[in-house]
Each structure stands twice: as structure tokens, then as C-alpha cells.
Design a protein around this ligand. Structure first.
Ligand SMILES: Cc1cc2nc3c(=O)[nH]c(=O)nc-3n(C[C@H](O)[C@H](O)[C@H](O)COP(=O)(O)OP(=O)(O)OC[C@H]3O[C@@H](n4cnc5c(N)ncnc54)[C@H](O)[C@@H]3O)c2cc1C
Length: 301
């Protein structure tokens, strides 16, 4: 059931930060999208439980937001409750010399720096991915030959019914930009990661090298959600798009990046509709010219 303010007062009995009519362009790396009816930002596991319970009591299936770096929110907004896993879920700690426990709202960047400070190797690939740890598990985020699957041991979650559980790595079914959490009723709460002791200098050099590659190859100066499409088997999405003559193709304020054709960027005050129309245009052209269907990595909300 969709959220409607008339149904009940959400403030009763939950200890979350609560905001109404929240402009989602402030929470999406595309910098587009309409308002969310209600945003709950739990302060800890207890208040997350309360928020989930409140949604359940009111037949609401909330949308879970991490850092918003892989979503395209419709211009009409989200007529629903958004539970934002961010501040309050950003604790990181060492369990032993090579094992880290990290909460889902922590940024991947901070986690990478924590690993570096402790001379732990294995997360260098993730340095520069602008997501939260929860979003990175949900998506099995990866780059430069690494992915979250390589470093995850287990993960704690809470369901929309308020039940708590733990998945081992195998149970998480991590595969290319996918996991068991995709479209499920489970909220990732915290993760355990296993890394290896390494040389701090080498780890730092690798992180800087990969960040340098990102800066030189990706249009980081414009809002985007990273690679718009998944890599089709046997191809590279960016290369197919370029070969179809779509470099710089523009619809409204959205553009196929001139720097990297795999990125659709918000070049000039784009709406989400501009971006969506361009995604569909590119997909149709590539299918027609190359016979390859491009599946989006970006989630439409
Ligand atoms: C410039 C740029 C570069 C990028 N480079 C890469 C890259 O190299 N590799 C890569 O894989 N991705 C990349 N991305 C995409 C994005 O950063 C990743 O997919 C990231 O893991 C998304 O995390 P998030 O917290 O932003 O998730 P969001 O965008 O907030 O959400 C994505 C999905 O995860 C779900 N979700 C988020 N948190 C939770 C939670 N705690 N529990 C349950 N569900 C949750 C949401 O409901 C949504 O369906 C890039 C994006 C940008 C903008």
C-alpha cells in the first residue's frame, strides 16, 4: 500500500529522524527526482526495528536508501516511506587482526581508508565507489578485477517483518551486480569482511592508482550513477554505445558522456525523464545496430 499522510502519524513510538516531502535530488547522485513523502533515518538498530515495525503495522513496504549512487528516482517522487541507512549505521571496528565489522550506512570510501590505516589489503578496488557498504553488498559492487564477494564473510539483516537474521557469504548469492537482497524484504544492517595483512605503502599506492584511473577515464565532474548499463557478456557497454555513434547523444539535459560512453550524465539540469528517455534510446539503438540488449545497472525508483 502506498504511503498517505492521512493514514496515521508516523511519529508515534519511533525514535528516528523524520522528514516529510524530502527532495530526492539531494539524495541521488544523478541529482534528479521528485520528493519522497516521508524519510526515516534510524539512529541505531533499535530505531530501525521500530521504523520497520511501524511500516509493517501500516501495510507499508518501505524503500531502503543507501547513498543513492545507483538509483534514478522518478520526477513524480516516491509516494512511500524511505528508510535511509546512513548516519547512525556507520560504525567500523576490528574483530581481529584481519577481520572488520562494518555497519551498512558507512561509506565504502571510509571503509577503504579504515582498511588502509590498519594495513589491510583486499578493498583497494572499492576506493572511489561512492556507495554505502549496504548498497555495495546489495549490488555486489566491483571494479578493476575485485568485487565485494571477494572480501565478505557474512552479513546481518532485518526483514520488513522485524525478524533478524545472518547470511553467510554463500547464502548472500553474490554475483555480477546482484545478490539475494535484490528486490527482497531484507535490510542489510552490518557486514563482516576478511582482508589480508599487507604493506601500507603498497595498499595506498594501489588505491591512489585506481582513483587516478577513475579521474582520468570517468566524467566525475557531472552527476551520474556510474556505469548506466551492466556489462553484456562478451562486450563492453561503453564500446557498443560508442560504435553506435552515440557519444555525446543528448536528450534534454541528459547526455551520453563524451568522456566515457558507458556513463549517462546529468549534463545540464536534466530531469529523471530525460535520463530515462536517453537510457531507452541508447538501449534501442544498441539492440538494433548490434543485436545486444543492454540491461541497466541503475535501479529505477
Ligand atoms: C561516479 C560513480 C562511480 C561508480 N563506480 C562504480 C564501480 O566502479 N563499481 C560499482 O559496482 N558501482 C559503481 N557505482 C555505482 C554505485 O556506487 C554502487 O552500485 C554502490 O554500491 C551503490 O551503493 P549505494 O549505497 O549508493 O546504494 P543506493 O543507490 O542507495 O541503492 C542501490 C540499491 O541498494 C539497495 N540498498 C541500499 N542500501 C541497502 C541496505 N542497507 N539494505 C538493503 N538494501 C539496500 C537500495 O534499495 C537500492 O535498490 C558508481 C556510481 C557513481 C556515481
Amino acid at each position: 500500500m502506498e504511503y498517505s499522510e492521512k493514514m496515521f502519524d508516523f511519529r508515534d513510538g519511533i525514535n528516528c529522524e523524520i522528514k516529510k516531502d524530502v527532495p530526492m535530488k539531494m539524495y541521488s547522485s544523478f541529482k534528479t527526482g521528485g520528493n519522497a513523502s516521508l524519510m526515516l533515518s534510524p539512529k541505531d538498530e533499535k530505531s530501525l526495528f521500530e521504523a520497520v515495525k511501524k511500516c509493517k503495522e501500516n501495510n507499508i513496504r518501505p524503500f531502503i536508501l543507501g547513498n543513492g549512487s545507483n538509483i534514478l528516482v522518478s520526477d513524480g517522487g516516491i509516494d512511500n516511506v524511505v528508510i535511509h541507512i546512513g548516519k547512525g549505521f556507520d560504525e567500523i571496528s576490528l574483530i581481529d587482526d584481519t577481520t572488520i565489522r562494518c555497519y551498512a550506512g558507512c561509506s565504502l570510501m571510509r571503509l577503504c581508508r579504515f582498511a588502509l590505516e590498519n594495513s589491510l589489503s583486499g578493498l583497494e578496488f572499492a576506493y572511489g565507489i561512492p556507495g554505502s557498504v549496504g548498497g555495495a553488498i546489495y549490488m555486489n559492487a566491483g571494479a578493476y578485477g575485485g568485487e565485494m564477494k571477494d572480501v565478505v564473510v557474512s552479513c546481518d539483516y532485518i526483514t520488513f517483518d522485524g525478524d533478524k537474521g545472518t547470511y553467510t557469504k554463500d547464502e548472500m548469492q553474490l554475483s555480477y551486480r546482484n545478490s539475494i537482497f535484490n528486490n527482497s524484504d531484507k535490510i542489510i544492517v552490518s557486514v563482516i569482511l576478511k582482508l589480508e595483512k599487507g604493506s601500507k605503502t603498497e595498499i595506498e599506492n594501489k588505491m591512489n592508482e585506481l582513483m587516478g584511473k577513475r579521474k582520468s577515464k570517468q566524467p566525475l565532474e557531472y552527476p551520474s550513477a556510474g556505469s548506466t548499463f551492466k556489462r553484456p557478456e562478451g562486450h563492453f557497454a561503453g564500446q557498443l554505445i560508442e560504435e553506435c555513434g552515440l557519444r555525446g547523444k543528448t536528450i534534454g539535459g541528459a547526455q551520453v558522456s563524451e568522456k566515457h560512453c558507458g556513463f549517462i550524465i546529468n549534463k545540464n539540469n536534466a530531469s529523471s525523464d530525460d535520463i530515462k528517455d536517453l537510457i531507452e534510446f541508447v538501449r534501442d539503438e544498441v539492440l538494433e545496430q548490434k543485436g545486444v540488449y543492454l540491461e541497466t545497472e541503475v535501479k529505477f525508483i
